[in-house]
Design a protein. Structure first.
Length: 237
């Protein structure tokens, strides 16, 4: 990769060891969250789980917030990898619009599968996660999923299916729409009932209606960015 430092010898071994230790820490942190909940995740608890002193753990993560952000965004089980796998699972011949929708569904699915971590990362941290942790970028590329979305948007612009404006503008506004829906859904304001915060007739009916609402949201966003000659395609997403 252009501009990426190539490590050799002792430096490469140290970097590999550092990454392996970061992975070990994150695995321990994920297990703590899964078994005991977010409140049980502390630097001391993680350090004890990996056999380190709390002070030694700061060599790999600045604080608890850094661990939480890395858990949500990075690694093979992070948000970015989840979005990337959604793109890879698309059949041959899929368009940028298909990719656009796939990332939206992947983002929502990941948030619904990790609701407590999602709420904390985006609502409870002292510093909002404006970007994934630096280490996640180095290890996993565009690990927040935003880079994957931007790439799909660029493909759509090149193919003439999306309007030719700044790809990051399209990606950011699309993310804002999806994120807003998911946040309202998790907070109980979008329930699938007949109105905001109104209970649905049943949990199954509520989920079905929320799915339909989310599909409609994606179509609405896509319709705003699809070029006139391809607007009929957005209705099929």
């Amino acid at each position: 990769m252009i501009g990426k430092q190539v490590l050799t010898g002792a430096s490469a071994r140290r970097e590999r060891s550092r990454r392996e230790m970061r992975s070990t820490v994150l695995e321990a942190a994920a297990q703590i969250v899964e078994q005991d909940g977010i409140d049980a995740l502390t630097i001391r608890a993680v350090a004890q789980a990996v056999g380190y002193s709390p002070g030694a753990l700061y060599e790999y993560f600045d604080d608890k917030e850094a661990i939480l952000k890395a858990l949500y965004f990075g690694g093979a089980d992070g948000l970015g990898a989840h979005c990337e796998r959604a793109i890879q699972a698309l059949p041959p011949g899929s368009t940028a619009l298909d990719g656009f929708a796939a990332i939206g569904h992947a983002y929502r699915a990941y948030a619904l599968s990790h609701p407590d971590l999602y709420r904390l990362v985006f609502g409870g941290l002292k510093t909002p996660p404006q970007s994934p942790p630096k280490e996640c970028e180095e290890e996993d590329g565009d690990s927040d999923g935003f880079g994957t979305l931007s790439n799909v948007v660029r493909e759509g612009i090149s193919a003439g299916t999306l309007v030719d404006i700044d790809p990051d503008v399209i990606a950011c506004t699309a993310w804002a729409a999806v994120h807003g829906f998911v946040s309202l859904e998790l907070s109980g304001h979008i329930t699938g009932g007949p109105g905001p915060a109104v209970p649905p007739s049943s949990p199954e009916a509520g989920r079905d209606i929320r799915d339909q609402l989310f599909y409609a949201l994606l179509r609405m966003v896509l319709f705003g960015y699809v070029t006139p000659g391809h607007q009929s395609l957005s209705a099929s997403v």
